[in-house]
Design a protein around this ligand. Structure first.
Ligand code: NAD
Length: 309
């Protein structure tokens, strides 16, 4: 059984750490937020007062943090007392440059490193059904198998260092674009007088079929499990989709790869979030394309009218 230092106990990190503890590992946690640390203690996870204390003596360190600069701040600038030969797994979704810097800096200290971002959301983290997209050396990937399997169902070795992050941002760019495409089609279908259920029945068995339509339809009543049926609560927040679309744009600039649809999707999610809908599931983007749905299909209250001048 491993001794694991786990840093970042937010929506994802806490249920992931709990899965590791339930699998019999010794988990020592740290989070800068007292509230997050309190929730971990309540869940039976022992916390430490600093990242150094969580890492000291651990043979595996896992981070689940909001951004690349924070990952570097904690793991590299923090000059932590890593055990010799420890395995460090960053599960956060971060930019390609920070990911490369993480591998390089910790590799120079003789540590084994993996980037292992996830898909599957908070529900997948709690149920242990996450998909892990892993970048790094084969030997490090093999060492991580038991731990990743305690937290996930699908574990894919995407390639060398950075390949996990590359897979994650390409996948999420695809998901963001296809959700917009499905939303546009549903909005147009409605304006053309088509019954949404009829259109769904046809498109889900025709060339328009895709995950955003058949598993996660943005219009309520089409796919019972989709967040659209719960006022777009839960699921994958629009602000996180915007974060990932922006990471894809950064990578596209660095890699000189044209991504015009990804750029359009990033711009539209930025407007959606600026309209105050960042916490809603990303399928709520249909409300931007078809504002007539807003009041009928969510509990949100309309903005107050500006005072008459
Ligand atoms: P979150 O904001 O809920 O949690 C992040 C945690 O990190 C917070 O508890 C915060 O206090 C802590 N933290 C921040 N700075 C810290 C530091 N210096 N040291 C220790 N702790 C620190 O975020 P989340 O939803 O858990 O997401 C974490 C990562 O997972 C992100 O990179 C996100 O993009 C990715 N992700 C999230 C989802 C999702 O559905 N929420 C899905 C897939 C991937």
């Amino acid at each position: 059984m491993a001794i694991i230092g786990f840093i970042g106990l937010g929506n994802m990190g806490l249920p992931m750490a709990r899965r590791l503890k339930d699998a019999g590992h010794e988990v020592r946690c740290f989070d800068t937020s007292a509230a997050a640390a309190g929730r971990a203690e309540q869940a039976g996870l022992p916390t430490r007062s600093s990242p150094a204390a969580a890492v000291d003596g651990a043979n595996v360190v896992i981070t689940m943090l909001p951004s690349g600069p924070l990952v570097l701040d904690v793991l590299v600038a923090g000059d932590l007392p890593f055990r010799d030969g420890a395995l460090v797994i960053d599960c956060s979704t971060i930019d390609v440059a920070s990911c490369a810097a993480f591998h390089e800096a910790l590799g120079k200290r003789g540590l084994a490193t993996l980037d292992a971002p996830v898909s599957g959301g908070v529900g997948g983290a709690a149920a242990g059904t996450l998909t892990f997209m892993v970048g790094g050396m084969e030997a490090a990937f093999d060492r991580a198998q038991d731990l990743l399997q305690a937290m996930g169902k699908t574990i894919v070795h995407a390639g060398a260092a950075g390949a996990g992050q590359a897979a994650k941002i390409c996948n999420n760019m695809l998901a963001g674009i296809s959700m917009l495409a499905v939303s546009e089609a549903l909005a147009l279908a409605r304006r053309l007088g088509l019954d949404s259920h009829k259109f769904f029945e046809i498109a889900s068995q025709s060339s328009g079929q895709c995950w955003a339509l058949t598993s996660y339809a943005p219009e309520p009543g089409l796919v019972p499990s989709a967040p659209s049926n719960r006022d777009y609560e839960g699921g994958f927040a629009s602000e996180l989709m915007l974060k990932d679309l922006r990471l894809a744009q950064q990578a596209a600039i660095t890699g000189q790869s044209p991504t015009p649809l990804g750029a359009a999707a990033a711009a539209m999610y930025a407007v959606h979030c600026a309209n105050g809908r960042g916490r809603l599931d990303f399928s709520s983007i249909i409300l931007l394309l078809d504002p007539s749905r807003s009041r009928a299909e969510t509990k949100e209250t309309p903005c107050a009218s500006p005072p008459a001048s």
